[in-house]
Each structure stands twice: as structure tokens, then as C-alpha cells.
Design a protein around this ligand. Sequence first.
Ligand SMILES: CC(C)(COP(=O)(O)OP(=O)(O)OC[C@H]1O[C@@H](n2cnc3c(N)ncnc32)[C@H](O)[C@@H]1OP(=O)(O)O)[C@@H](O)C(=O)NCCC(=O)NCCS
Length: 215
Amino acid sequence: MFIRQYRQEDRKAIERINFETGFMGESMNKLISSPRLWSLGIKHYLDYEPESIFVAEENGQVVGYILGLLEELKTDKKKMMAVSALRNLRFLYSLILEDKIFWLDKLKESIILFIKSLFGRGFKEPKNAGHLHINLLPSVRGKSVGTQLLNRFLEYAKKKGTKIIFANSYQRAENLKDNFWTRNGFKEYSKIKTDFWRLALPGKEIYLVCYVRSL
Ligand SMILES: CC(C)(COP(=O)(O)OP(=O)(O)OC[C@H]1O[C@@H](n2cnc3c(N)ncnc32)[C@H](O)[C@@H]1OP(=O)(O)O)[C@@H](O)C(=O)NCCC(=O)NCCS
């Protein structure tokens, strides 16, 4: 197993892992039929900041990744708003395409989150901070590959001048306290109970947690 920086030819593998792990570590194929719209969720990482992506490689195959975005440090607010608007547009666009029920539910959830944020009750993320997403294929989990990947990324982010880094993660009630993030020096910054997975896991208590660490 070794950790290295992303290369353009890794893109398909990353999109595949993103789909295979998207449902809180399980495959999205339980929920949607087409990976196409799901992969739009990571498009901006691959397009705008490929230098902040690291992968874990085993026997010539990419088996995990960290997608980073340190761009907010550059305070290019207009660009970030455009990126975010484009991301949200995918929900509307998808309503006329495949997997309508799933995407309609996601649209509903985003609107609720937006309205809550207007009243100061939304999900909070730190300002002027970089962030990351990490996902490994099931076969390589629990062998500290995630920790190695994370350390490599944090070393890189620190060199780039990042002072604060955060990651958002869906967590079940049972792994809120002792988990990958807290073991790696992250602290809870904000937490909300979410209905994001209600179609697949009705009645389950799931939280969206923002974990933060200083570098
Ligand atoms: C979370 C993840 C990146 C950790 O990488 P890893 O190589 O498996 O982790 P390590 O071996 O370095 O550390 C293992 C510890 O991570 C914790 N952990 C495992 N899955 C976790 C999860 N989904 N959320 C939080 N912590 C988790 C456990 O405490 C575990 O310790 P244990 O083996 O004693 O139970 C990896 O398991 C993964 O990709 N999971 C599925 C996708 C995911 O949840 N991604 C994070 C959302 S951004």
C-alpha cells in the first residue's frame, strides 16, 4: 500500500469509489441506479484543485482517496458561490432525469437546511478553513490506511499555510464519540440530526457532524 498524489488517470477510479462508498461507507447502488449525478458532487474537487487530492494505491489499483479543498483560503468568494450554485442546480436538473424520488428528497432536505440556516439554526462550518473528504473501499478499512492518508494530506495542507481543516461526516448515534476523527485529533464543531438518509434508513438516528482540527 502506498500513498501518493492524484494523477489525472485516477479520475474514474475516484468516481467509482465515491459511488461505492457514498451511502455512509456502503454502495449508492442500494439507493440510485445511475452514478452520473452522484459524481457531480465531487466534480469541483477534481476540476479545481487536483493538487490537493491524495490516493492510496494497492497492487496498482486506487483503493481510497482524500479530496481536499484549501481554496477558501484564497477568499475567492464569487468563485466559491458559483461552484456552490452549480452544485445545487444538479438537484433541479436531476428532477427531470433518473432516480427522481431520491433526488427530490435531497432537494427537500437542502431547502430545509437552507431555511434553518437563515434562522441561525443551520449546520455550521468554520470560516477561512480548508476541508477534506475521505473514502476507502471496504476491503482496506480498519488497517490504518485512512490515518496514513489523512496524515499525508494534513502535512501537505500545513505546508500550504492552512491553519484550520474540517471534514463533514454522517455519523450514527453509536459512533459520535470515539471514532476516526476524534482519534486523529479532530473536535466536533457542529452537529445536527439529519433526515438525509431517511428513505433508506427510516427511523434511524443519523447526525451530520463537522469535525475541526488546527494544524
Ligand atoms: C472512515 C475511514 C476513512 C477510516 O479509515 P480506516 O483506514 O478504516 O481507519 P483507521 O484504520 O485509520 O482507524 C480505524 C478506526 O476508525 C474508526 N472508524 C471506522 N469507520 C468509521 C466511520 N465510518 N466513521 C468514523 N470513524 C470510523 C473506528 O474507530 C476504527 O477503529 P476500530 O478499528 O478500533 O473500530 C474509512 O473506514 C472509510 O472510508 N469508511 C467509509 C466511508 C466514510 O465513513 N468516510 C468518512 C466520511 S467523509
